[in-house]
Design a protein around this ligand. Structure first.
Ligand SMILES: [Zn+2]
Length: 257
């Protein structure tokens, strides 16, 4: 049988990738359009993405009436999160084009891509309200790589300084020294602290206001003494940074991954 088809181009197109279906429910202020996909997980999950996109993931074989009812039951929650996230520009959706706004320590700068000039070295630097990127080729991929490297330098310098400044606050409670600082692009968290005392901070955090960077740094520094997020941990964090909840709220409003 195989031989019959050899060398012939199959006319049947491959099965299209299972793209999302639209599921529309009634929201408190109008219709809510969601993207529905099916997967092998055993429970129905709803998430609101930066930009206000609503995703519904349901177990394969779910009854549609059940799916619709479950989403409808969460309509108010969805609408609230859509309103919060609709205006937010996630880091991962940046286009790296002329005139786009990029944040550094909570301040917005306009991306200005210019060709190299005599006396103006290639690379990235702040000039007034702009982040000037001098490149021969304004291809967004190249701009992104240049900016990524520059943001990484900025974040390393800022994070190291903040950790150095805040460490004495936890040292007074008996914390060991920070064993090391790593800076990484992470997609779901701002920082971690290993049991060995190595603190990893998300490189994108440098886009948030300094008070938010300090909050994440203080949080991770408290992990030098308490690994979990129990009452002891919270008491220590409150002692070293009494307004940490306000800073966390500002971080959530300022930046999204
Ligand atoms: Zn933590």
């Amino acid at each position: 049988m195989f031989g019959i088809f050899r060398g012939k181009k199959s006319r049947a197109s491959p099965a299209p990738p299972a793209g999302p279906e639209r599921l529309v429910v009634e929201g408190p202020d109008g219709l809510i359009v969601t993207e529905l996909t099916f997967d092998r997980f055993s429970s129905l999950r709803i998430s609101v993405r930066p930009g206000g996109v609503v995703r519904v993931r349901a177990p394969i074989g779910s009854d549609m009436a059940f799916v619709r009812g479950s989403v409808q039951a969460r309509a108010e929650w969805i609408a609230r999160h859509v309103a919060r996230l609709a205006g937010m520009r996630p880091v991962r959706m940046l286009a790296y084009v002329q005139g786009e706004k990029h944040a550094l320590l909570g301040r917005e700068y306009v991306l200005d891509i210019r060709p190299p000039e005599a006396g103006c070295p290639r690379g990235v630097r702040l000039e007034g309200e702009s982040i000037v990127v001098r490149l021969r080729d304004a291809d967004p991929g190249r701009v992104r790589r240049a900016l990524d490297a520059w943001y990484l330098d900025q974040s390393r310098a800022v994070f190291a300084r903040v950790l150095r400044e805040l460490w004495p606050r936890v040292a007074g409670y008996g914390a060991a020294r920070v064993a090391g600082l790593k800076v990484r692009a992470m997609t779901s968290r701002w920082g971690t602290c290993s049991r060995a005392g190595v603190i990893t901070l998300n490189r994108h955090l440098v886009r948030a206001p300094l008070v938010c960077v300090e909050y994440v740094a203080a949080h991770e520094l408290c992990h030098l003494l308490y690994f979990g997020h129990g009452a002891d941990f919270k008491a220590l964090l409150t002692a070293v940074m009494p307004d940490w909840k306000r800073r966390r709220a500002l971080l959530r409003r300022s930046l999204t991954l």
